[in-house]
Ligand binder design. Sequence first.
Ligand code: PAF
Length: 281
Amino acid sequence: MKTIHSLKEMQEYTALQRAEGKTVGLVPTMGALHEGHLSLIHAARKENDRVVVSIFVNPTQFGVNEDFDQYPRDLETDSKLAEKAGADIIFNPEAKDMYPTDISTSIKMGSIAEGLCGRYRPGHFDGVAIVVNKLFNLVNPHRAYFGQKDAQQVQVIRQMVQDLNMEVEIVSCPIIRESDGLAMSSRNIYLSEDERDSARLLNQALEEGRTFIEKGHRDPEELRQLIQKLLQSDPRLQVQYIEIVHPSTLQPLQFLQKPVMIALAVHIGKTRLIDNIIIEE
Ligand code: PAF
């Protein structure tokens, strides 16, 4: 496996692969790889001749009081994990090359980025959109793989690809969970033992929500209150939002008519966790 830091070298790599008729799959990450990322690499490995894993902690998607400085960085461990999972290339660009001082272009995502996390993290999805756009231009993949845990991110990227007529297939892969249901996330390592214990409740609450819908209830507000009550039963959890939306448009539902996505964000101590489930038709 090879590590590429240079933007030009990355572009030349894919140009060569494409000239030889090979397909390229990209798994964009910020590092701190866990089983969730590895499942994306496995999916990319199955569907492409070459697999590129990008590792770049993107400054433009962090708000001023967020964890950019604290975000875990360990290129050596990540490279070993990525190689074992089937990556051919680690693309690890430098911030000064990705964002030279004279950069002047930005992306402003519209309504798809306004609800859910977008309401509480202003500018976050604009930052995701610009970096993913740049990664697509640098890696020029046939397919790109994202985790369904970041459900709004997936829809934002799909929207950008559609709006800007980009020729890349977006593949969304299922959430990978710990044995007690906690969705895997690079931020789980911030949790203390007690907080980690409380974090189980997120998935439990979502599963209660699924049961409520499967029983035929129709009122999203009743569902929201049920989940809120469950989460509030643990004083360590501070609910930021619980939203009941259509999984593609992310618009709030008037009735519980499938497909339904229940998405939530919760603070546990200093850590913010998100999770969601989709109840399919
Ligand atoms: O999901 C992530 O890790 C990041 O938001 C992404 C897509 C790599 C962009 O920085």
